[in-house]
Write a protein that binds this ligand. Structure first.
Ligand code: NAD
Length: 260
């Protein structure tokens, strides 16, 4: 059997990150799972990721709002497994409010969790990737890395920045067998979004189907949510050798959103 890859997925105890972690674990790779839950709190996610897998996933709690913890996360994974072959920067948070109503601490937190944490994990994973002449970096950005919406200034600015980071890193490491890409999902069905649908249905006095079609998925021409497995499949594909020439780009999985 080929040697397993060491895969770090940030923010992987829920949603898209969990699906990505699961995809790699099911393919026989060693997955470092990260989140802000206690090890007990992450138990169900770890069981789901590791079910039937050759290697049980390892949990590395770290709050990526803190730069020191982001750096420590990358260092811990390297210390434990000797390397990071595939780095998936997925952790991200959102805040919906007018820019005057986004508190400085909230703005900073959004930037820290999505952008600064990726800077830290990338800078620490790269030396080893360069030494081995192989590496894959996948950043989970968003359709909001390519398009704007009102009331999401911190999120939109951060996701655009993640796209910029992705391109620069790709250029710097292009001759080292390392690729760096951004996946840009539209609305993805995650536990967080599911809870939002129920709330919106109550507030608008609509059925959940109506809320999905007319309220939430207005910008998404397919009028249905992307599934987490669809993002996971792309994140997995990008780590394969056939994807070696895909670098420095954005891959939209957004039901046609950015075609407009
Ligand atoms: P989610 O809330 O379901 O999961 C977020 C994960 O990040 C969890 O594992 C959580 O523990 C972790 N996390 C949150 N704050 C953290 C912190 N401070 N430190 C470490 N980990 C932290 O979210 P999701 O919907 O799966 O989103 C994952 C990524 O995909 C985010 O970057 C998000 O911006 C992006 N995205 C989501 C959608 C969508 O519609 N769901 C669309 C486009 C992009």
């Amino acid at each position: 059997a080929p040697e397993p890859k060491i895969v770090l997925v940030t923010g992987s105890t829920s949603g898209i990150g969990l699906a990505i972690a699961r995809r790699y674990a099911q393919a026989g790779h060693v997955v470092a799972v990260n989140g802000i839950e206690t090890p007990d709190g992450a138990g169900a996610a770890l069981a789901e990721i590791g079910a039937g897998a050759q290697y049980a996933p390892a949990y590395f709690p770290a709050d990526l709002a803190d730069g020191d913890q982001s750096a420590a996360l990358a260092r811990s994974v390297i210390q434990r497994f000797g390397r990071i072959d595939v780095l998936v920067n997925n952790a991200g948070i959102q805040k919906v409010a007018a820019i005057e109503d986004i508190a400085p601490a909230d703005f900073a937190r959004i930037v820290s969790v999505s952008l600064d944490s990726a800077y830290h994990t990338i800078r620490l994973a790269l030396p080893g990737m360069k030494a081995r002449g192989w590496g894959r970096i996948v950043n989970v950005a968003s359709a909001h890395g390519l398009r704007a919406s009102p009331f999401k200034a911190a999120y939109v600015a951060t996701k655009h920045a993640v796209v910029g980071l992705t391109k620069s890193v790709a250029l710097e490491v292009a001759e080292h067998g390392i690729t760096c890409n951004a996946i840009c999902p539209g609305y993805v069905w995650t536990p967080l979004v599911a809870a939002q649908v129920a709330d919106q249905a109550r507030v608008h006095g609509m059925s959940e189907d109506e809320v999905i079609r007319t309220v939430m998925l207005a910008p998404q021409p397919t009028r249905r949510f992307v599934q987490t497995e669809e993002i996971a499949e792309m994140a997995f594909y990008l780590a394969g050798d056939p994807a070696r020439s895909i670098t420095g780009t954005t891959i939209s999985i957004d039901g046609g959103w950015t075609a407009k």
